[in-house]
Write a protein that binds this ligand. Structure first.
Ligand SMILES: Nc1ncnc2c1ncn2[C@@H]1O[C@H](COP(=O)(O)OP(=O)(O)OP(=O)(O)O)[C@@H](O)[C@H]1O
Length: 259
């Protein structure tokens, strides 16, 4: 595993404060129910952050605020220096999302599904196809470009949705438990490949998970949340963290999650 600071380009897009994602005293409530309470969080460009927490701790709510699907009740959310809820369209081509469900269109082949995000960006047809084919190859799907989703396994479909996200060339990737419905072997392989691609391509990524193992495999930084979405631990991982230290960190995380 590499340190969080590798592959970090000089300055984040449009953000004078130097953070790609910034939450300042963010509160989100649904009626009387407080899902996120006073959250402060900075994600720097080039970081691969695993957001780890038990079910119902508010991970998706945070995710929805980053992606602009919902607004904060109080406080400031800034992504690349803009408010994602107010400037939803500004993020086209700057933010790509991978969901738990692959969300492929069943009537489109793998390559046509990858091209979809590029159609929205209005890229010329030949370039769309070339980019989509390249990303499918990088995701190990050479030979399956013209298969329809129903002919692909769950892992292959999720590979297509990752190719679709990377093909847009968005600097920020948001992933909401994309591998949690897959078997452990497929999931482990995919998350390792995903993390490598994020680093190789200098992306910033937030990866939501409820699995400690997944957070360890993915994150340069592991943020452990407890209800109502407060940060219980903020852990920086690096290549020189030995196995003994990793086990100690796992124990700290388990303890945090059990509260
Ligand atoms: N639209 C909503 N209306 C009312 N309550 C909501 C709404 N969205 C989320 N909540 C509540 O806020 C809390 C946090 O939900 P959230 O989906 O963010 O958690 P999560 O950590 O993503 O859970 P999971 O891992 O199960 O997806 C939960 O108690 C949930 O019931």
């Amino acid at each position: 595993m590499r340190t969080a600071e590798t592959n970090v380009p000089a300055a984040p897009i449009g953000d004078p404060n130097g953070a790609t994602i910034r939450f300042q005293n963010v509160r989100k409530s649904f009626g009387q129910f407080v899902a996120v309470d006073g959250l402060n969080l900075d994600v720097q460009q080039g970081q691969l952050v695993a957001l780890l927490g038990k079910t119902g701790c508010g991970k998706s709510t945070i995710f929805n605020m980053i992606s602009g699907l919902t607004s904060a009740t109080e406080g400031e959310v800034s992504v690349m220096g803009q408010n994602p809820f107010e400037r939803f369209n500004w993020y086209r081509g700057k933010m790509a999302i991978v969901f738990q469900n692959d969300r492929l269109l069943p009537w489109r082949t793998a390559v046509r599904n990858v091209e979809l995000g590029l159609e929205v960006l209005e890229l010329p047809k030949a370039e769309r196809k070339e980019r989509a084919m390249q990303w499918l190859e990088k995701l190990g799907l050479k030979g399956h470009e013209h298969d329809y989703p129903h002919a692909l396994s769950g892992g292959m479909r999720q590979r297509v949705s990752i190719a679709r996200a990377f093909a847009t060339d968005a600097p920020l990737l948001l992933c909401d438990e994309p591998f949690s419905a897959l078997d452990e072997i497929t999931s482990t392989r995919l998350r390792t490949e995903f993390a490598r691609l994020v680093r190789e391509n200098g992306k910033t990524a937030v990866f939501i998970t409820h699995s400690i193992n997944e957070a360890f495999d993915i994150g340069d930084r592991i943020i452990v949340l407890r209800r109502p979405a407060e940060i219980a631990q903020d852990i920086r991982m690096s290549a020189d963290v030995g196995e003994e230290e990793r086990e100690r960190i796992r124990e700290i995380i388990r303890t945090s999650l059990s509260h």
